[in-house]
Design a protein around this ligand. Sequence first.
Ligand SMILES: Cc1ncc(COP(=O)(O)O)c(C=O)c1O
Length: 381
Amino acid sequence: MKIPLSNPDITDLERGYVAKVLESPHLSLGPMLSEFERAFASYMGSRHAIAVNSGTSGLHLALRGLGVGEGDSVLTSPFSFIASANCILFEKAIPVFVDIDPQTYNFDVTKIEDVLARLKKNAQRPKAILPVHVFGRPCDMSPLMELAKSHSLTIIEDACEAIGAEYKGKKVGTFGDATVFAFYPNKQITTGEGGMIITDNEQLSRLCKSLRNQGRSEDGSWLAHKRLGYNYRLSEINCALGLAQLERIEEILEKRRRVAAVYAEKLNGMEELHLPGCGAGEKVSWFVYVVRLTDKYTRQDRDKILEGLRAAGIGCNNYFTPIHLQPFYRGMFGFSEGDFPVTEHIAQRTIALPFFNSLTEGQIDYITENLKRLLFKEALR
Ligand SMILES: Cc1ncc(COP(=O)(O)O)c(C=O)c1O
């Protein structure tokens, strides 16, 4: 049996919308773009939505648009996909990592006050906080918003993995000054490649629209460039795919909830594993299903289990290698092992199992039986 790690859920609705674009004269900057943005803003309850060609470009524009610049410090998580920190480097700002909470895997908000005090003592300029709702689980937004307010810091939410997640009944993404979502094919909804910035700030929205389109002015003239911009546009084909996916979002999120529930049922009670969970007042949007081995297992055990799963045809991965331990972060900032011990401890023991809408109970049986076999083998070593 071969089971991929992820698999997009594409139906005739998506095929129909994409075909409509291909039959039209507009392949970029056409009606699908406005429609996708309008539908997305409406789903989120935000005033503006700006589609871009990746989550990474969305994060870049949000930071640039909100004035994060050279030498500014931006607090974020070291336990994330690398783009959430790279976007800070794009603007010559400094990523300042805050170690994570071992339950939620999101950065630990109770550690932020100390980090800010240290920055101020060293005459560094904290400018923004970039919370990552990792694996679709919401960050602890109430204390975070208070901190941001009391220290006059901008909040840019990285909700690339968290569309549809909620914190205290409010959608993740509606807390910050701007939020970014991503639509790579492993995400809850996909556009192939793509991302979306949302904000209630009209000026920011205009600026991001100009920046994604080579810095063009709003008057629409093609060869007038008001500022340094980029080509971060999302084509009509991608927007059509995204629009259809967004129309199906409740069905998609429900399917993912069901798959997560089946995993939980099959793995429930196993002493060898920590299963992904959900705290009070939180609604997780299931992006991936990441289990964690207990402390008796080492990183080597985990790697052998990954190998064993792959040998059985099961797609899996070690989400994530901590960002501060990636070679160029070590080189740029002198990070080394031990700098963020909770992140490192957890990152050595995580296993992302196959997770997609059409995963069947039979496939989950196969995955969990293999996982149990390998866990037992490594425990006996
Ligand atoms: C937390 C996080 N931030 C940013 C990104 C970047 O998104 P993209 O791959 O669309 O550039 C991703 C995508 O994997 C992500 O998971």
